[in-house]
Design a protein around this ligand. Structure first.
Ligand SMILES: O=C[C@H](O)COP(=O)(O)O
Length: 258
């Protein structure tokens, strides 16, 4: 059965002290207020993951919040100045890694073929990829968004065998909704999530499709999370801006209580 997941993507925000403060606030709120079994993930900047893992291990929340990287290199190791490998991430406590976020695709020209290599290395080092897909406004207006999403999955993820693909998390993030306040309506998001699940059925089978968690991302906040997460094929969220405020992030997690 697929997991319910709320993942916070801090992006390039929070220095070390700010990260420790926010993480401990979230951890304490989660401990006191969250009674559901949603998987909670914080995707912090590389530089702060080790310290957050140390803090976590010294606290009583241990496994309640998992750590994630926001990217990893497409190569195992070597002369790639500025890059961080999947193995390095695993060694400092990360259990997940975001791959193919639209900001990486846009600002770093990451292609589906490159992302497929990252997925393979993440899995090799026992990191669960959170594989991001989604269309721009122009692509939606041109009505090519379904083909685009299909390509992103076929080229970036569907090379995996069935037993492996079912362990991966997919995040559907319409680019036009990221950081804009323009959330997809629950119906718009559900339509695409159902389409994604159907593609998994076609590429693999129904059982596999039912195992894969598909998250929604794009201006998700405490006011709209419940209506989004109540959709049949939406298994949680990848949260940007609202994950930078402990109260908002915890309130989003708590929507799985209701
Ligand atoms: O990874 C998170 C997404 O880019 C969503 O960001 P946002 O919640 O700030 O729109």
């Amino acid at each position: 059965m697929r997991k319910k997941i709320v993942a916070g993507n801090w992006k390039m925000n929070n220095d070390l002290q700010e990260s420790l403060k926010l993480f401990s606030e979230v951890a304490n709120m989660v401990k006191d207020e969250v009674s559901n079994d949603a998987e909670i993930i914080v995707s912090a900047p590389f530089t702060n993951i080790y310290a957050l893992d140390q803090w976590k291990n010294g606290s009583d929340i241990h496994d309640k919040i998992k750590l994630s990287g926001q990217n990893c290199c497409w190569e195992e190791s070597g002369a790639y100045t500025g890059e961080v490998s999947a193995k390095m991430l695993k060694s400092i406590g990360a259990e997940y890694v975001i791959i193919g976020h639209s900001e990486r695709r846009q600002y770093f020209a990451e292609t589906n073929a490159l992302l497929a290599k990252k997925v393979d290395l993440a899995l090799k080092h026992e990191l669960i990829p959170i594989f991001c897909i989604g269309e721009t406004l122009q692509e939606r207006e041109k009505n090519i968004h379904l083909d685009l999403i299909k390509n992103q999955l076929q080229e970036g993820l569907f090379h995996l065998i069935k037993s492996v693909v079912k362990t991966v998390v997919i995040a559907y993030e319409p680019v036009w909704a990221i950081g804009t306040g323009l959330t997809a309506t629950p119906e718009q998001a559900q339509e695409i999530h159902a389409f994604i699940r159907q593609l998994i059925v076609e590429g693999y089978d129904e059982e596999t499709a039912n195992e894969v968690s598909i998250l929604y991302g794009g201006s998700c906040n405490p006011s709209n999370a419940a209506s989004l997460f109540s959709q049949k094929d939406i298994d949680g969220g990848l949260i940007g801006g609202a994950s930078l405020k402990s109260r908002d992030f915890t309130d989003i997690i708590k929507t799985f209580n209701s």
